[in-house]
Design a protein around this ligand. Sequence first.
Ligand SMILES: [Zn+2]
Length: 243
Amino acid sequence: MSGRATAPRGARGASDARVAAGSQGVARFVLLGLVGVGKGTQAKRLSARLGLAHLATGDLLRRHQEEGTELGLLAKGYMERGELLPDDVVIRMVLGELEKEACRPGCIFDGFPRTVEQALALDRAVGPEGVRKVLYLQVPEEVLLRRLSGRLVCRRCQTPYHRESAPPRVEGKCDVCRGELYQRADDRPEVVGRRLQVQQEELVPLLNYYARQGKLLRVNGDLGMEAVEEAILAALGLLAPRG
Ligand SMILES: [Zn+2]
């Protein structure tokens, strides 16, 4: 596949980034960030750009549940009781994936690890150098608040909208089915603010863990999608910074 044909405008060395990522052995990267920073989007882009698997914990969980695996059923029980999945369930799910062919060149972890316990398990499984770098996408809290509390959903068909970035053609009405748009209780500013605070507190030990290993890279996530991708590649030394 030609990197040049699909490279975003202005990107230099797009195909080189893939070669550079693969030249030092298995390339495993962790993406960290609060909800709303665009972690999933960047993980997807990076996986395509670098030819690595995208390991999104949310997708994995859905797949296990659809396939009715032992782990899927186990997870379902916790979720139905409104409990967080225990570390060992998440760890087994993710580590099981690492053995697959698709993960051989490397992968981008998205949503994992979430705790130091999970990070330790990952290091035990892949070795201390098994995770190459950890990217922390940073976006100011007020920007995240605006992004997250602007979300609206159609009551009838569940199509998502956003007051600023994806407004409906007619205010308060779904473009698809004309249904009424509403804000989920979870998306109210005060709820979002609390969630961000809790997440930030949970993230600190994990950031410290990777900082101590010298793997933590902080990247400005408050840019356009392509600029963030470039910033990540530049931080990884896979792309010359522009300007
Ligand atoms: Zn609708």
